[in-house]
Design a protein around this ligand. Sequence first.
Ligand SMILES: Nc1nc2c(c(=O)[nH]1)N[C@H]1C(S)=C(S)[C@@H](COP(=O)(O)O)O[C@H]1N2
Ligand SMILES: [Mo]
Length: 203
Amino acid sequence: MSFFDRNRKQLESLGIDPARLPAGQYHTDRFPVLHVGDVANLTPQTFSLRLFGEIDNPITMSFDDITALPNVDVTTDIHCVTKWSKFDTQWRGVRLRDVVQLAQPHASVQHIIQHAVYGYTTNLPLADYLGNNALLTWQFDGEPLEAIHGGPMRVLIPHLYFWKSAKWLEGLEFSAVDKPGFWERNGYHNYGDPFKEQRYTND
Ligand SMILES: Nc1nc2c(c(=O)[nH]1)N[C@H]1C(S)=C(S)[C@@H](COP(=O)(O)O)O[C@H]1N2
Ligand SMILES: [Mo]
């Protein structure tokens, strides 16, 4: 039996529904760290988020501006394209849809591009930012989000592979046209639904 089959069997024996594990993934209790380049050196004081593009309210938000929005706690599974999934991760944040509403997007907007430090970008349709679990988050497991995981503030869009959740977010760009991001230009799928195994461009 392969590692992946054993891992799936183990879930069943723990009483966890193996259907929560997308094809080609294994579950882990660890929290691996993955990014290109260095860990950003940001604090709540130096963090800022610029809302720009096709919007009526182009503003730059401070850490405190963001955390003052209605806070929500989300417990969710996450899935990395490098094949690990982690169940029941706990986050506190604000809903991205509240930030979208603040930005007042023009009717033309169909995509939002996340911009993070060192030029990391990732793109998604507007609709993917509007769900209950799509967050800007600063707290994981009851603790301030560690720098290695994108602290002080990162995106969490857990229904897609985790590369779609930028760490060390600096800007949200609202756009009528799609703008493939860092990994999307380098062979990864433009959307990245783990339950459809959309790993690479033509999956
Ligand atoms: N700014 C930035 N965000 C990023 C990345 C990155 O390289 N830079 N990597 C992505 C990838 S590929 C994954 S799997 C997750 C990993 O998050 P973690 O290190 O907290 O597990 O962050 C995503 N966000
Ligand atoms: Mo990843």
